[in-house]
Design a protein around this ligand. Structure first.
Ligand SMILES: Cc1ncc(COP(=O)(O)O)c(C=O)c1O
Length: 320
């Protein structure tokens, strides 16, 4: 984002977020953690980036013609980004979301002009804990709406725009801002678009930058473990999908696990000690980074994403 000129729309304000060293949290540790403040995007999450890229790519490819309806399954953040981008570009947008995600997200998408369809969770699932099974239900409803309305599915699990947003922008921004001085990156994975896109950009520039997949404890399927606790609290990812299009084995130097409690504790530390008000998954990223600099990557510099704003979780136990 250019900050020294008038922008044509808020779409141009997506990306170009600051990179901040968490020097208070790492004060007594040997190592650095650099946090990419993507909660400062217009929709308060990193997913604005992929919304813009997916829509721009579809327009360029001719799959998205003026006035066509756009539909996507979302945990709220991609939907918010799409609501912003589609609203400005003139596409009706339908967001399909599990009722297990926080209410703030649905309200925000509606406010931005989206039609929000909420899908009940499986019996036995708890609010605030969206499982892979819950997500399958949301997928079925999403596909039905796409068929009925002959809509364009802004499919974040499959469309390259998700990967490209981070490969073309997030990763190179981190490299530029840190002058290439990072040793490692760890990222809590949902679709894997952020992990894959950033890892590809990092390894292209410097194959020595190590990239770690972060998963919830009890649902670490990418690490090859069985699912013991599908209903974790770390909203936005950890869906226990064993194969992800954008997470290529050649990008992965290791796997890390974070518990609900560790993610919550780290998100609270980000707020209290660094003044960074973020959500559960940002806490998961910080907790994983701290595991690394207190373990195998002692003395190294790590980059992490601050994925979304803590304001999206005011109704959850994160801030109680
Ligand atoms: C808050 C939050 N954290 C993490 C993720 C995971 O990011 P990715 O889908 O790029 O793996 C998402 C994705 O929706 C998210 O909304």
């Amino acid at each position: 984002m250019r900050r020294d000129q008038i922008l044509a729309s808020v779409i141009d304000a997506i990306g170009g977020t600051p990179l901040v060293e968490l020097s208070r949290i790492t004060r007594h540790l040997d190592g650095r953690v650099l946090a990419k403040l993507d909660y400062l995007n217009p929709g308060f999450s990193k997913k604005d980036r992929i919304a813009r890229q997916i829509i721009e790519d579809a327009e360029a490819e001719g799959t998205l013609k003026p006035g066509r309806t756009v539909v996507e399954l979302t945990s709220g953040n991609t939907g918010t980004g799409l609501a912003i981008v589609c609203g400005i570009r003139g596409y009706p947008f339908v967001a399909v979301m599990s009722r297990g995600n926080s209410l703030e997200r649905a309200r925000m998408m509606s406010a931005l002009g989206a039609e929000v369809v909420l899908v009940d969770q499986l019996s036995g699932s708890e609010p605030g804990r969206v499982s892979g099974g819950d997500l399958e239900l949301v997928e079925q409803v999403t596909e039905k709406i796409v068929r009925e309305r002959n809509a364009f599915r802004a499919d974040q699990f499959r469309l390259r725009g998700n990967f490209r947003a981070h490969y073309l922008h997030t990763g190179p921004e981190i490299l530029r801002q840190s002058r290439g001085q990072i040793d490692a990156f760890c990222d809590f994975v949902g679709t894997g678009g952020t992990f894959g896109g950033c890892a590809a950009a990092f390894k292209e520039r410097n194959p020595g930058i190590q990239c770690f997949v972060v998963e919830p404890e009890g649902a670490a399927v990418l690490a090859g473990e069985p699912v013991r606790a599908p209903n974790h609290r770390i909203q936005g990812g950890g869906y226990a999908i064993p194969e992800l299009e954008f997470v290529k084995p050649e990008y992965v130097d290791g796997y890390l696990k974070v518990s609900d409690g560790e993610a919550v504790h780290a998100a609270r530390r980000l707020a209290k000690e660094e003044g960074i008000f973020a959500g559960f998954s940002s806490g998961a990223n910080l907790a994983a980074a701290l595991q690394l600099i207190q373990g195998p990557l002692k003395g190294k510099t790590l980059a992490i994403m601050i994925c979304d704003s803590g304001l999206k979780y005011l109704s959850t136990e994160l801030w109680i």
